[in-house]
Write a protein that binds this ligand. Structure first.
Ligand code: BTN
Length: 237
């Protein structure tokens, strides 16, 4: 694996996109700070603090479906192993912890350009505070656990799981990943809404193809992409 480490860049994801032809398979681009970090659905990914971990990986000719869920499991395992905490996977691939309510500690953005897959990962690693508009939804692993972990240590642990999981998927398929996701699924058996209120119901599980199954009026609805939110903000967790 080749690592390119910037102090500051617009977005590690966009760096890979604009240099895709000259970059080798398994290149990882990391930045201490991003000026235009972005998340799924055009959301801004807050990246101005050096204590956060922001990196993207280029994989060429990867044939894994549903890949973003598999990477989510690798990230989940990294966090569980390094911190020994109860963490949750928010479908499709964010990692959350519970402190009074669910708070996001890591997010994944997977983009495909022809035969190339770019996997962008943002982890709230050692930040001590967040901007006010996200401070009730985000938390860093350091704030949650009191444990400081270096970016290098986090990355090496993540890459061990990442490559192990790709190999494991290639020989065993999705089923064991699906079990890990279902055992640690945020909002499982709770009332959720998906895709800006277009769908709502009880979140049952992640299916064999990575879709979520939502129960509504004794009917099962399957959703293979989108964003989900809890409909019970005052819920006790
Ligand atoms: C999300 O939760 O919506 C995904 C967040 C992904 C953020 C990472 S940070 C490194 C890479 N560069 C970006 O601009 N985005 C991803």
């Amino acid at each position: 694996m080749k690592l390119i480490w910037f102090n500051s860049i617009d977005s590690t994801q966009d760096y890979i996109k604009s240099h895709i032809k000259e970059l080798m398979d398994d290149t990882c681009v990391l930045a201490n700070v991003q000026t235009k970090g972005r998340g799924r659905y055009g959301h801004v990914w807050f990246s101005s603090l050096e204590e956060g971990l922001y990196f993207s990986i280029l994989k060429k000719n990867l044939h894994i479906e549903p890949f973003s869920l598999v990477v989510g499991v690798s990230l989940f395992k990294t966090i569980k192993t390094l911190y020994g905490i109860r963490a949750f996977i928010k479908w499709p691939n964010d990692i959350y912890v519970l402190l009074e309510k669910p708070r996001k500690v890591a997010g994944i953005l997977v983009e495909k350009i022809k035969e190339n897959t770019i996997i962008g990962i943002g982890v709230n690693l050692n930040q001590e505070d967040f901007p006010q508009d996200i401070s009730d939804r985000a938390i860093s692993l350091k704030l949650f656990t009191g444990i400081y972990i270096s970016k290098q240590h986090f990355l090496t642990t993540f890459f061990d799981f990442f490559y192990q999981d790709i190999d494991y998927f290639n020989s065993h398929g999705f089923e064991d990943f699906r079990n890990i996701i279902n055992d640690n699924l945020l909002y499982k058996n709770k009332l959720i809404t998906a895709n800006d209120g277009k769908v709502s119901g009880i979140l049952k599980e992640v299916d064999k193809d990575g879709s979520i199954v939502i129960e509504k009026d004794n009917r099962l609805i399957s959703l293979n992409a989108g964003e989900i939110e809890s409909m019970m903000p005052k819920e006790t967790w």
